[in-house]
Design a protein around this ligand. Structure first.
Ligand code: COA
Length: 322
């Protein structure tokens, strides 16, 4: 059976940077508060008219180039996003057309901040089953569009961006295991109440934006990320020392540090971008992964763990030999 190997990575951040100082002119907050509670110093915000599809396209082209592939080689496109361009078609179908691919299977995955781990797991299983040989997996978000810019408890935490990987069937080791979980009992702790099927009343009432009970999310995130890391190591019969890198979802530096501590990993082995990107939801892990690759930190043959937690609640991890 083939393994699914990451053969190229790419990412894209919108040009506009929104600093904490600038945010403090919009809502009652301060650079000090945001840095201390979350580790975030700035985030990127998509320009007017710039959409999730645009961000995904840039990241995808860079990943294809890094893998030495063209769009015609791709037989599966999976985009993790909570902020699709349209209700339908899926952003994956729109991207497929932009890239000039015809015929690949294309669909979106919705698991909020865990979305990229879910999408990667889907592609891994397609490849292992022989249903795909060359997959494009993307996390792309314009989260700024679903933020209430008058709510200081949420708008300071998120940003926009996209990251992508090309995954190919290979005889060499790649994805070693993936672990996905969810618990819908906590839906209202982190959600956008507006939806399609229940009508547009919530939109009219101004509730088409992220609502969050921050400390509840924080506690669950630390607990579940710790659990899933243990689960991943046990499933692979691995000691924590075997890991070269931890590439966590970038929500909050305090959550990242708590997970690193559980793994007894020094922060020098943890990829951190939350200070510059904020929480870009499904885009955060592939953005951090691409940075690790392009800065030369992550080397071929090294072992890394990705893990995420998000609305749903959803959480998950993947152990990957690069
Ligand atoms: N600037 C200044 N003060 C703020 C603020 C802001 N941007 N946002 C909230 N506050 C205030 C609150 O109103 C509260 O004031 P009060 O004590 O007078 O009521 C005070 O700061 C403390 O709020 P609290 O919620 O206790 O802070 P916290 O230490 O829990 O940190 C979060 C808040 C949101 C940073 C933290 O809970 C968190 O990171 N949660 C997880 C969020 C997350 O990662 N979500 C995505 C998961 S994928």
């Amino acid at each position: 059976m083939s393994s699914a190997r990451i053969t190229g990575t790419g990412s894209y951040l919108p040009e506009r940077i929104l600093t904490n100082e600038e945010l403090s002119t919009i809502v009652d907050t301060s650079d000090e508060w945001i840095r201390e509670r979350s580790g975030i110093a700035q985030r990127h915000i998509a320009a007017d008219g710039e959409t999730t599809l645009d961000l995904a396209e840039h990241a995808s082209r860079r990943a294809l180039e890094a893998a030495g592939r063209t769009a015609a080689d791709i037989d599966l496109i999976v985009i993790a996003t909570t902020t699709p361009d349209q209700i339908f078609p899926s952003t994956a179908c729109l991207l497929q057309h932009r890239l000039g691919n015809v015929g690949a299977a294309a669909f979106d995955v919705q698991a909020v901040c865990s979305g990229f781990v879910y999408a990667l797991s889907v592609a891994d299983n397609f490849i292992k089953a022989g249903s795909s040989r060359c997959a494009l997996v993307i996390g792309a978000e314009t989260f700024s569009r679903i933020l209430n810019w008058e709510d200081r408890s949420t708008c300071v935490l998120f940003g926009d961006g996209a990251g992508a990987v090309v995954m190919e069937a290979s005889d060499k080791p790649g994805v070693m295991s993936t672990h996905l979980h969810a618990d819908g009992a906590h839906a209202s702790a982190l959600h956008v109440p507006a939806g399609v099927s229940q009508g547009y009343d919530a939109v009219q009432e101004g509730r088409a934006f992220v609502e969050m009970r921050g400390s509840e999310v924080f506690r669950m995130a630390v607990a579940k990320m710790g659990e899933v890391v243990e689960e991943t190591l046990a499933a692979n019969n691995l000691d924590r020392e075997a890991l070269d890198w931890l590439i966590p979802h970038q929500a909050n530096i305090r959550i990242i540090k708590a997970t690193a501590k559980k793994l007894r990993m020094g922060m020098d082995k943890v990829i951190v971008t939350v200070d510059r990107h904020g929480n870009t939801s499904a885009a955060s892990i592939p953005l951090a992964l691409d940075e690790a690759v392009r800065t030369g930190q992550l080397q071929r043959g090294q072992l890394f763990l990705i893990e995420a937690f998000g609305g749903g609640f959803t959480w998950g991890s993947a152990l990957i030999r690069y």
